[in-house]
Design a protein around this ligand. Structure first.
Ligand code: PGU
Length: 401
C-alpha cells in the first residue's frame, strides 16, 4: 500500500478542538443527566442579523435567475474586494491585493505553500494551533521535543512581558505568525508594539502573517486593528481576516487576505503574483452566496449589525471575566477580544479543564493546547447564548472551595 506522508506522522497530538469535543462526549456519556455548557471552541452561536441575512438570501435567490446567475469567481467579487479595501484599509490596497477566501483558517493553511518546508517559523507562545500544526504538515516544524517542535521558534507571551514577546529571537528570513487581538490570551498589541514588530521583521528580512480575525472586537480606539496601520508593513506583511467572528459567518465561510504588491521574496519575486498562482491552482473561490452576505455586511446597515453582534459577545466576555475575578482567579482579555485567559498557577491545564467540566459541567479550552507557555492557563470563550453564559458564571462559583 502507499506510504503515509511523514509530516503527518510528525503531528504530536490530535487537533486541539476535536480532542476537547471527544472529552466532552465522554463526559456526557458518563453523565447523561448533565447539561453541559460550552465556553470552549470559539464558535459563534447567535443568529445572523437581519440585514446581513437578507444579503445571503438575495445572493442565493439570484442564482435561480438567468440574469443573476454566476459561476466561479476566482479571487472574489470585484465589488467585495473594493469594499474591503475601503472599509478596513482606507482604500490603501488595489482590488488585486485583496483575495477573498473561504475563511482565515483555510488561507493560513494555503499560505504556507508559498514558503515551503525549509521556512523557519516563529509563533507567539501561546498561539492559535493552526500556525504550528500547519507548519508540521508542510514539513517546516521538524520533530517534537518534550514541549515543542524543534524547528519552531516559540516566543513566550506571559504576564511578565505584558503578553508581548521578546522579538530578538526571530530568525533571519523566517516567517512570523502574529495574532492581535490574540487567540488565546485576548491581549491586543498597541501601536508601539506593532511598530517594534514591523521593525524587527524588516531587520531580520522576515515575513509576518498577521492574523486579524478578531479586529472588530477592538473597542479602544488607540489600538491598531491592522498591521497595515504601521509604516513599512507593506514590504514585510500579509494580513488574514474573516467574517466569521464579526458577522457570525463561522458556518457561512468567508474571509480575505491582503498581499501587498510591494512584498517581495529574497530573490525579488512578487509574493502577490505567487499567491494569485497558488489560489488559482488549489482554490476556486468563496461561495458566491457568502460573498453576497459579505457585501451586505459591509454596507452601513451591515456594519451596524457587526458592531451589535460583537458588542453582544463582548458583553458575555465581561460577565465571564468578572465571575473569574470574583473568585480571585487572575485573568486577562475579554475587553477588546472574545477570549479570557485565566491563570491557575502550578496546575496542569488539562487537569483544570477536567475539574471545571466535572464540577461545573462547563467546557473550556486548556491553555497548554496553544503552546508550552499556555500551561496552567484556561481559555474561556465568550461565544454563547447569554442565558448559558450567565448559568456558566453561576456554576463557576463551585470552583471556590
Ligand atoms: N484565526 C484565529 C486567530 C482564530 O482563532 C480562528 C478560529 C480562525 C482564524 C478561523 O477563522 P475562520 O475564518 O473561521 O477560518 N478559532 C476558533 C475556532 C477553532 C478552529 O479550529 O478554527 C478557536 O476556538 O480558536
Amino acid at each position: 500500500m502507499i506510504t503515509r506522508n511523514p509530516c503527518i506522522s510528525n503531528i504530536k497530538a490530535g487537533y486541539l478542538f476535536p480532542e476537547i469535543a471527544k472529552r466532552r462526549r465522554e463526559f456526557a456519556a458518563a453523565h447523561p443527566e448533565s447539561k453541559i455548557i460550552s465556553l470552549g471552541v470559539g464558535n459563534t452561536t447567535e443568529p445572523i442579523l437581519p440585514y446581513i441575512d437578507r444579503g445571503l438570501v438575495e445572493g442565493s435567490r439570484k442564482l435561480g435567475t438567468v440574469e443573476g446567475y454566476s459561476g466561479y469567481s476566482d479571487e472574489g467579487l470585484l465589488t467585495l474586494r473594493e469594499r474591503i479595501s475601503e472599509v478596513f484599509y482606507k482604500k490603501n490596497f488595489a482590488s488585486d491585493e485583496v483575495f477573498i477566501s473561504d475563511g482565515a483558517k483555510c488561507d493560513i493553511g494555503r499560505l504556507q505553500l508559498l514558503f515551503g518546508a525549509g521556512v523557519k517559523v516563529t509563533v507567539q507562545d501561546p498561539s492559535y494551533p493552526v500556525y504550528v500544526d500547519g507548519s508540521v504538515l508542510i514539513g517546516a516544524a521538524g520533530s517534537w521535543e518534550d514541549t515543542g517542535y524543534q524547528g519552531i521558534t516559540y516566543l513566550p507571551c506571559t504576564a511578565e512581558n505584558g503578553y508581548f514577546p521578546d522579538l530578538s529571537r526571530i530568525p533571519v528570513q523566517g516567517l512570523i505568525y502574529f495574532c492581535s487581538p490574540n487567540n488565546p490570551t485576548g491581549a491586543v498589541a498597541n501601536r508601539e508594539q506593532l511598530t517594534e514588530l514591523v521593525k524587527a521583521a524588516l531587520n531580520k528580512k522576515a515575513l509576518i502573517i498577521f492574523d486579524a480575525a478578531y479586529s472588530e472586537y477592538i473597542r479602544d480606539s488607540q489600538l491598531p486593528k491592522s498591521i497595515f496601520e504601521i509604516n513599512g508593513a507593506k514590504t514585510c506583511a500579509i494580513e488574514v481576516n474573516s467574517f466569521s467572528k464579526p458577522a457570525g459567518f463561522t458556518g457561512v465561510r468567508l474571509g480575505w487576505t491582503i498581499v501587498p504588491k510591494e512584498l517581495k521574496y529574497a530573490g525579488g519575486e512578487s509574493v502577490n503574483a505567487d499567491w494569485s498562482r497558488v489560489c488559482g491552482t488549489i482554490f476556486n473561490g468563496a461561495s458566491n452566496i457568502s460573498q453576497a452576505g459579505g457585501l451586505a455586511a459591509l454596507e452601513p446597515e451591515g456594519l451596524k449589525e457587526i458592531r451589535k453582534l460583537s458588542d453582544f459577545y463582548l458583553g458575555n466576555a465581561k460577565l465571564i471575566r468578572s465571575a473569574l475575578q470574583n473568585l480571585g482567579i487572575p485573568c486577562i482579555g475579554g475587553d477588546n477580544s472574545p477570549y479570557i485567559w485565566a491563570h491557575f498557577p502550578g496546575r496542569d491545564s488539562w487537569d483544570v479543564f477536567e475539574e471545571i467540566l466535572r464540577t461545573c459541567q462547563v467546557v473550556t479550552t486548556p491553555g497548554s493546547g496553544f503552546g508550552p507557555a499556555g500551561q496552567s492557563f484556561i481559555r474561556f470563550s465568550a461565544f454563547g447564548h447569554r442565558s448559558d453564559v450567565e448559568e456558566a458564571c453561576t456554576r463557576l462559583e463551585k470552583l471556590k472551595a
